[in-house]
Design a protein around this ligand. Sequence first.
Ligand code: HEM
Ligand code: FPP
Length: 467
Amino acid sequence: MAESRTFTGSLAATAVGVYLLVIAGATAAITDAVTACTSWPLCRGPVTLSNPSLLIASGHRLTAAVVGVLALVTVVLGLRAATRRRVKAALLAGLALYPIQVALGAFVATSGATGRLPGAHLAVGMAIFGVFVLALAWHLEAETGSDDEEPVDDLSPAPMPDESDGEDGSVPRAALSTRERVLGTAYAYFRLMKPRLMWLLCLVAAAGMALNAGQSLTVRTVLLTLGGGVLAIGASGTFNHVLERDIDKRMDRTADRPIATHQIPVRNATTFGVALAAAAMALFWQVNVLAAALGLTAILFYSVVYTLVLKPNTVQNTVIGGAAGALPALIGWTAIDGTIGLAGLALAGVIFLWTPAHFYNLALAYKDDYEAGGFPMMPVVRGETETRKHIVYYLGATLIASGILAALTSLGWVYALTSATLGGVFLWAVVRLHREQTEEAAFRAFHASNAYLGLLLIAIVADALVL
Ligand code: HEM
Ligand SMILES: CC(C)=CCC/C(C)=C/CC/C(C)=C/COP(=O)(O)OP(=O)(O)O
């Protein structure tokens, strides 16, 4: 057992180390570094702070050597550990690819080649990272998984709670002062807008704008786009509350929502949602037509496609639904010039892949609730072990997508360091989730997911606007 844990730790550290190498290589900084250091294996010249390119190039080589040794130790530990054959096969694949990667790196450095070879160096780096992540996901499954979970085949929602006794613990409205009633109602409308989601989604749109505009962002575009975004999220959230009002009553987490408790009548909430959507469209329209079209698509996708079609019917609901959350990246990009660019699509890809790694933690924490609501969420239908494994898969995929984004743009070392450090923290939280399997661990991993994306997006804005 202790041996297996040592192997897990070493494997996770290797994956993070390889990622650090990949993301450093993918950034513009290392591209400059290629020209600064054309000798191999060591760089010629004094490695000092006044020569950052040389410092980065030497740091890359030193890290490659250290991670190489770590990878070797991990493979030896893994081959001796009582784990699954596919874990060992993945480790051997990583071990076989490592010297190829070193040779490619040496060739790129000494020939100063541009184009395909650096591209191949990046691709093989990502492949090595990918196989170590797979090995980690499969080993954690073997180490911490259980077969005795019984995924639910027949999902019928729990019976509706009896509302006739009216004993919900709330103070009767008649006992409140007018001021308290007005404030209470205003707060209820505010809650309909799902305000907790807004900061991160606004950061997504801000990063999309910053990637496309760099330092020539105008205050008007930023205000109209983020204002439209906040209103669009508010509208979608409101429609979601309206459409799920009955199911919300069956789940502890949502039973106190304003429409489920009849604090806000359905008709008023619907009018509020339509007004918010119209206001969002009015703002997006002033940005440009494509921003407005994408904004409307996001609202309809979340409110209708996700809430009504996907969420109650398929285990892939939140995977496909992640597309709605990824659209703000494109809205931000298109707000600048009415186009959709490759880097904007790559940013949307990061958000899309991050969404399951974010949400599956909550799906684990609220599994019983989702089951009571009759939703086919991953832990309910496929079990907790499978869900935890999928979190590792999607986390790995998110990190690879962040690397692709770095390679497509001129984002620098702040972005690279943020992605590697916070990616490492996120992975650490997910490893702990596998071991502890508690609600607390699931929330820790959920918060780590938000911290990863939040800081990554801030790093994009900082890299694009300031550095
Ligand atoms: C299908 C996709 C998604 C699902 C099912 C989902 C689900 C959830 C749920 C159930 C919550 C808890 C809300 C609550 O209890 O009030 C939550 C919180 C949150 N989500 Fe997501 N989410 C998704 C996508 C996204 C996206 C794309 C973003 C932003 C990029 C995002 C950002 C957040 C934030 C910032 C929070 C609040 C965190 C906090 O309060 O600490 N989510 N999400
Ligand atoms: C610009 C724009 C409109 C963007 C929309 C972005 C968006 C909808 C992101 C997804 C957020 C989401 C689905 C959260 C809650 O899930 P849930 O509704 O399943 O959670 P619940 O169980 O709390 O209702």
